[in-house]
Ligand binder design. Structure first.
Ligand code: ARG
Length: 854
């Protein structure tokens, strides 16, 4: 086992695997006695032997009975909890579990736990023992004690005891009032218990018998940043079968702020996991978060405690060990997350406490917003994420936001708007005792009651959208109100759901209407049938039934479970050369290939911030597109974009690396690659500049038609990934990016057709355009190795200088980003009915593998 790091400044306790630890089974006691028989007469011997035989039979019977009833059918239950001792002043020595003061007070408290449980008829019968785990300082300078209590319960009583454990305040504790514990050993010395909070301990902790336990304690001080990490990190994987805990304390009136800088555990939380508690003992009612699996450093995982303590625990099982985690802790004044209050003016912003960190548990805020008289007010969200296990978004009983008595929780799209018919609005935020999320970031704005969307179209849900988007065939409002009551033109298909879609999309095999109207009556398949890619039709109900009814897997390609099929251009090929039906099985978190190869090498494509030119785009934030590279020509500055696909290789466009009469663009020595860059000329600490060792342009690149416009660049040395540098996933050859799907394009290219380069990395959302349509719009210049994307109304596009850069597609299942295209060419920039043309990366999957090994 790797050495375990222990303790911070205030931790005197050596790593301990104390067998008296309450999670471990107490050693089974056994007594053996020897008897010597005196021998006088045979008669006596016979009598004695007879009696002994009888006794032996009785003993065996009793033992069997005892064993059966006592040992076999008892289960161990553990309660953890805390209580405030309101007549005991805190002193620093209580933080050191080896100090005399700690031991004395711990003894007094645990002796009295028995008294407390005696109030519960259910619990008192099965009580075994209690042990104090820690003390901390309450806001009014008193002592808070944290304890574990063990019970040995007959299986038959198990559920009754669980009930008592989960409402222990009812069963054993004082509800609101105070409880006085008179101490038997020291008459007159009384502990006054004020607040008691307790609950069951995670069964995964109680039941593991062979785990080694380690404890660490740290006290954070103002202005200092401490570090905790899993044993062996970062040099070794964490050890098997351990329970490690880190008790973190801060001064009164402060919170603990915990930020994970690395987290890589086994994927299945049933095996290895981290749990963070808003306490110093693992009380399930006070879990702040449970984590396992892998997180990139740029997914800000920051937690705040409600009080001045936090407990971090790591539990591992026997199999499969991973690198583990590292986190920093510090203390922040409670005041700094104060929330609520009165907001006035024409507009303003407010967020959940601590945003973009996770909000602390047990917090409540009320904002009273008032805009000038005569105006109305609306509240918009740029982020809204209030998830909690066992809470669905229709029934917000745990954490919620309330606007004018309307409760919201779960995830809301950024277009959510709430408005009031007066100049006032009240917003309430509530977080309960357990589980937290990122919260929200909101903006309020005054508007004229008779013109809520100046210059824009007003959706039914009060969202305002660009009027150009009305009747464009896409649901831009989020409630489809921009696509209702549209008069379809003669070149439109009228969809049943009211959408108008271009007629040339009719019967092209893509469900453009969304309700399939445009793909019905296409000669062969009837309504209620699925059109297979091979031309067959099968009844709709055969979809996802686990049988390959089409014969080419179409009917099984968009299902949760994959079936194994004969390989074709539509099937995903696993490493073991079997083929499966699921359309995009790569890195979706579900193992589809028998050999697991669809989930191998899945560090790519995870994305930093979920926040929201290129032409018609907006500025990106730092780390938002960590695969984006700026390629500079020596003496020329930025020329092209590229994407990071591994720590050594970039993908760019072939037309970026062709020699001209004057400049040798094909020479590696001429190029400098900037990785992790946001603003040209402004390198940050995570920006890395690399020289290029090798350029491999596609051998069949055609400079006239731009066919095969793709090239690989090898860096002169491997780059270390960081917050702002991370590879994007390469899609498998069978990966489908369907028409109508939204994708992102990014780059420092010009922001107008004849404009100048952007200095801050621009991003824009465009949609994939179906091949037939694009070919018609682009004079038949689209080859099967190209993919089009844009906004047909114009105004949003890539432009000069964006070439080589990524078209990034978010996979809806996994949230990962895949390189769908490489910026290649266009007719001008952002013109109406002139989409951008991109190199279709799926066509080059094996070429990339052969040339770079990626
Ligand atoms: N060829 C251009 C470049 O070198 C990219 C053009 C992309 N144009 C467009 N309208 N999408 O940067």
């Amino acid at each position: 086992m790797e050495p375990l790091r222990n303790g911070g400044k205030n931790s005197q306790k050596p790593p301990d695997d104390d067998p008296s630890e309450i999670f471990l089974p107490s050693p089974a006691g056994r007594k053996m006695e020897k008897n010597n028989l005196p021998c006088r007469t045979i008669t006596i011997v016979v009598i004695v032997v007879t009696i002994l035989a009888a006794l032996l039979a009785l003993t065996i019977g009793l033992l069997v009975w005892h064993f059966h009833l006592r040992t076999e059918s008892r289960v161990k239950k553990v309660i953890s909890g805390s209580m405030t001792i309101s007549n005991q002043r805190f002193s620093d020595s209580y933080e050191d579990s080896n100090s005399r003061q700690f031991k004395e007070l711990a003894l007094r408290v645990s002796e009295q736990m028995k008294g407390i449980y005696s109030h519960s008829p259910v619990l008192s019968k099965y009580y075994v023992k209690s042990s104090v785990q820690a003390f901390s300082e309450s806001s009014d300078n008193n002592v808070i004690a944290y304890y574990l209590s063990e019970f040995s319960v007959p299986v038959a009583q198990s559920s009754a005891v669980d009930k008592a454990i989960n409402s222990p305040e009812e069963a054993v504790g004082p509800k609101q009032g105070r409880m006085r514990l008179s101490l038997g050993r020291k008459p007159g010395s009384i502990l006054v218990i004020d607040k008691m909070m307790s609950g069951a301990v995670d069964a995964r902790l109680v039941n593991a018998t062979s785990r080694r336990h380690y404890k660490n304690a740290h006290h954070s001080h103002m202005g200092e940043l401490g570090t905790i990490e899993s044993p062996g990190f970062p040099n070794f994987h964490y050890p098997p079968n351990v329970y490690v805990e880190w008790q973190l304390r801060a001064d009164p009136a402060h919170r603990i702020r915990l930020e994970f800088t690395a987290l890589h555990l086994e994927k299945d939380c049933n095996n290895d996991f981290i749990k963070i508690y808003d306490s110093l003992v693992p009380t399930e009612k006070q879990v702040i978060a449970e984590k396992c699996g892998y997180y990139t450093p740029n997914e800000q995982l920051i937690y705040l405690s409600s009080g001045n303590v936090m407990l971090v625990t790591l539990v591992t099982n026997r199999e499969k060990n991973f690198p583990g985690f590292r986190a920093t802790y510090s203390q922040v004044p409670v005041k700094s997350q104060e929330c609520g209050g009165k907001l006035t003016g024409m507009n303003g912003t407010f967020t959940s406490p601590g945003f973009p960190s996770r909000y602390p548990p047990q917090i409540q805020c009320v904002w009273d917003i008032e805009v000038p008289a005569g105006k109305h007010v609306k509240v918009k969200f740029s982020k809204f994420s209030l998830h909690e296990p066992q809470q669905n978004s229709h029934h917000c009983t745990k954490d919620y936001l309330e606007i004018n008595n309307n409760r919201m929780c779960g995830e809301k799209s950024t277009s959510t708007v709430h408005s009031s018919r007066t100049n006032q609005i009240t917003v309430k935020f509530y977080s309960d005792m357990s589980y937290v999320d990122q919260g929200f970031s909101a903006e309020f704005e005054a508007f004229e009651p008779n013109d809520p969307c100046p210059g824009k179209f007003q959706c039914d849900n009060d969202v305002c959208v660009n009027p150009k988007l009305k009747c464009d065939g896409y649901d831009d409002c989020g409630d489809m109100s921009d696509e209702k009551n549209c008069v379809c033109e003669e070149f439109h298909v009228k969809c049943r759901n009211g959408f108008c879609k271009p007629k040339f999309w009719h019967c092209d095999g893509v469900n453009d209407c969304g309700d399939n109207t445009d793909e019905e009556n296409c000669g062969h398949c009837k309504a209620g049938e699925v059109a297979c890619r091979n031309g067959r039709c099968v009844p709709e109900y055969k979809k996802c039934d686990g049988h390959n009814d089409c014969g080419d897997g179409t009917d099984e390609s968009e299902c949760p479970k994959s079936v194994v099929l004969r390989c074709s251009e539509y099937t995903y090929k696993c490493k073991n050369n079997t083929c499966i039906s699921k359309q995009n099985p790569q890195c979706d978190g579900e193992q589809d290939c028998e050999d697991g190869s669809d989930e191998a090498d899945c560090e790519c494509g995870t994305r930093p911030y979920k926040s929201s030119r290129i032409v018609g785009g907006e500025e990106s934030s730092e780390g938002e597109w960590p695969w984006q590279v700026s390629l500079h020509m020596k003496g020329q500055g930025h020329v092209c974009g590229a994407s990071v696909i591994s720590n050594l290789w970039l993908v760019t466009a072939a037309h970026c690396v062709q020699d001209t009469e004057k400049l040798m663009y094909s020479q590696p020595g001429q190029w400098e690659a900037y990785l992790g860059l946001l603003t040209q000329g402004k390198a940050s600490t995570s920006t890395v500049q690399k020289s290029v060792k090798q350029i491999i342009s596609h051998p069949e690149y055609n400079p006239k038609t731009y066919d095969n416009d793709i090239a690989l660049m090898e860096l002169d040395s491997p780059v270390n990934f960081n917050q702002n540098i991370w590879p994007i996933c390469l899609p498998a050859a069978s990966h489908e990016f369907s028409a109508g799907q939204a994708v992102w394009i990014t780059g420092w290219g010009t922001t107008r057709e004849d404009g100048s380069l952007a200095s801050v990395l621009q991003k824009a959302e465009v949609r994939i355009i179906n091949d037939t349509v694009c070919n018609q719009l682009m004079n038949d210049e689209i080859t099967p190795r190209m993919i089009c994307a844009g906004v047909l109304a114009g105004g949003v596009d890539a432009c000069q200088g964006d070439s080589g850069g990524p078209m990034s597609s978010v996979d809806p299942d996994s949230g990962r980003l895949f390189l769908a295209g490489v910026v290649s060419w266009g007719d001008g920039c952002g013109r109406k009915n002139r989409p951008g043309v991109y190199t279709r990366v799926t066509k080059y999957r094996s070429w990339i593998q052969e040339e770079s090994g990626v």
